[in-house]
Design a protein around this ligand. Structure first.
Ligand SMILES: Cc1cc2nc3c(=O)[nH]c(=O)nc-3n(C[C@H](O)[C@H](O)[C@H](O)COP(=O)(O)OP(=O)(O)OC[C@H]3O[C@@H](n4cnc5c(N)ncnc54)[C@H](O)[C@@H]3O)c2cc1C
Length: 538
């Protein structure tokens, strides 16, 4: 189904069980959970699916090694439970979206003898806590082996390493795929439409006002219940309901920089457990590049947070510190910033109420807000949110219990990692293209391949394994409406390499104009907007 069909469903005047505000990890997961229980649900995203924090994460599926350290040091049960839940959800995500995620070995370099037993014991405990859902056994690496696995690591002073495992995933495609899976189960999903107000009857929320961000059209949608899953914007949405509502959110930014593949081997990541100023730093292989992050600075809330030069310098300096390779500012191919939503319970009297997990809050007029948590636990958050919504809004769910634990995400059901060989055989693709198609689209890769065979088989960019067919597929099947939707979220080229994204703009514009009937003025507007994003902030 396309955007137009979804718009029709949202305009036919019918009453929805639930409206979910926000198409990031939390909102897409919640819409999927509700739809699979048989509820009539609408998912509303004011920009593109995952255009917020959910496309700007470190892309790790993890229990949180740092939380574990805090759990042990402070004998903190809440942190302990967070790690346990995270490890359980890590396993479920890897199982249900096998094409978009994988197990990633990570090396922790150790430069002090004293750290070796401490870090090794901690990572062994991490294995133990994952129980049956363990995805690989941690082990001590001799200095030589650590250097063999991560050849660019600074050898001077290195004593040993610890190898452990976590998951890695494609966050932006995951959110889009969750939305599409929800649509397959009957949800009406829409991007570039904002919730711009609430409808109320006798003081209770009875629906939402919607505004199409592309043409300014406004209309009303009736619903039995509304869930606010708008990430860093949860307070803004709460204030639309009640301008007096106490703030529950503060944010900090985390940036990532992208370096070329010299900085990370293709199959192993690096985790610096504690930099000199106490942060965790990752250098991870991602889509043929090295992803480095992250920082943690207080920030203002904005849709496209701008990375600061001081934050970029911080990461460049730290990579240089741990690498045998000089890194310059000019090596940075792309940089982006995400907002970390830090939530506190408004009913708690002191800072003990600071939530380390997610919170679910209800307003007097019946707005349910869900905030906090992390990508890895989106499914559990969605389950808790829908369980609560069913009670709060007295909904009738044909399947009252959560259905998503064993539910493959679109592309995942018949995925096989060897399918790239079949694609090479049938379509004569280059190896890198076949492997990329298989991993990005899973069992849907065949549909992209058919478009390639119909005349869109050229590479979009010489240096990247991307086909023109993917732009057509993004428009026809994945609701991409803008050039930047394609370049930053259906494909990841804008997040990897700003210059390559710029080169792709004219051809992407041409294909989209053809598909969507754009005028010359619209093409110009799109090219300008894309340039603004690539120059200022993604
Ligand atoms: C730097 C960084 C690194 C991270 N790394 C990891 C990691 O490696 N692993 C992990 O598990 N977690 C990680 N996280 C956490 C994870 O990314 C977030 O918890 C998660 O993405 C939050 O998703 P969300 O849906 O709540 O928010 P968002 O993704 O921000 O989604 C909210 C959406 O609501 C929309 N919206 C707002 N207002 C409206 C409105 N009025 N109408 C309609 N839509 C609206 C916004 O446009 C936005 O798309 C990281 C976070 C940061 C900041």
């Amino acid at each position: 189904m396309g955007r137009q069909e979804n718009l029709l469903k949202l305009k036919d005047g019918s009453l929805f069980d639930l409206v979910v505000i926000g198409g990031g990890a939390t909102g897409c997961g919640t819409a999927l959970d509700a739809a699979t229980r048989g509820l009539k649900v609408a998912l509303i995203e004011k920009n593109d699916f995952s255009e917020g924090t959910s496309s700007r994460s470190t892309k790790l599926v993890h229990g949180g090694v740092r939380y574990l350290e805090m759990a042990v040091k402070k004998l903190d049960k809440v942190q302990y439970k967070l790690v346990k839940d995270g490890l359980r959800e890590r396993y479920i995500l890897l199982k249900n979206a096998p094409h978009l995620s994988k197990r990633l070995p990570l090396v922790t370099p150790l430069y002090r003898w004293i750290d070796i037993p401490y870090i090794f014991a901690g990572l062994k405990l991490y294995d133990i806590l994952s129980g049956k859902r363990n995805i690989g056994h941690s082990r001590l690496l001799k200095r030589k082996e650590a250097l063999r696995r991560f050849p660019r690591l600074k050898a001077e002073g290195l004593k040993a390493g610890v190898l452990y495992y976590d998951g890695q995933f494609h966050d932006a495609r995951m959110a889009v795929s969750l939305a599409l899976t929800a649509e397959q189960h009957g949800a009406a999903i829409i991007n570039h439409v904002a919730v711009s107000g609430f409808l109320k009857e006798e003081g209770r929320i009875s629906g939402v006002q919607l505004t199409d961000s592309l043409n300014g059209e406004t209309w009303n949608l009736r619903a039995r219940g509304v869930i606010n899953a708008s990430g860093p914007f949860v307070d803004h949405v709460r204030w639309m309901d009640n301008p007096e509502a106490p703030k529950i959110l503060s944010v900090s930014t985390g940036i990532h920089i992208l370096l070329d593949k010299r900085f990370a081997p293709p199959d192993t990541g690096l985790m610096i457990p504690e930099t000199e100023d106490g942060r965790v730093l990752f250098v991870l292989p991602w889509e043929g590049h090295a992803l480095v992050g992250t920082t943690d600075e207080p920030a203002n809330i904005s849709e496209h947070p701008k990375p600061l030069e001081s934050e970029i310098d911080y990461l460049v300096r730290h990579v240089t510190r741990y690498f045998n390779l000089q890194v310059e500012r000019s090596d940075v191919k792309s940089v982006w910033s995400g907002l970390r939503p830090l939530v506190s319970d408004p009913k708690a009297a002191d800072t003990a109420g600071l939530a380390r997990d997610h919170i679910i809050e209800e307003s007097e007029s019946g707005l349910q807000t869900i905030a906090g948590g992390k990508w890895t636990t989106y499914r559990k958050m969605a389950q808790d949110s829908v369980d609560q919504a069913i009670k709060l809004f007295s909904l009738y769910a044909p399947k009252p219990d959560c259905q998503t634990e064993n539910l493959p995400i679109v592309g995942g059901a018949d995925y096989n990692e060897k399918n790239d060989l079949a694609l090479i055989k049938k379509y004569a693709f280059d190896e890198d293209i076949a492997s990329h198609l298989n991993q990005a689209y899973g069992d849907q890769a065949i549909k992209v391949s058919e478009l390639a065979a119909e005349g869109y088989g050229a590479r979009l960019l010489e240096k990247h394994p991307i086909l023109e067919a993917e732009v057509v597929y993004a428009v026809r099947h994945e609701m991409a409406e803008r050039i930047i939707d394609v370049l930053a979220r259906r494909l990841s080229v804008a997040l990897l390499d700003t210059e390559s994204a710029r080169i792709a703009v004219p051809r992407v514009s041409e294909i989209m104009a053809n598909e969507l009937g754009w005028s010359k003025e619209r093409c110009k507007e799109e090219a300008d907007l894309t340039e603004k994003r690539l120059t200022e902030a993604l």
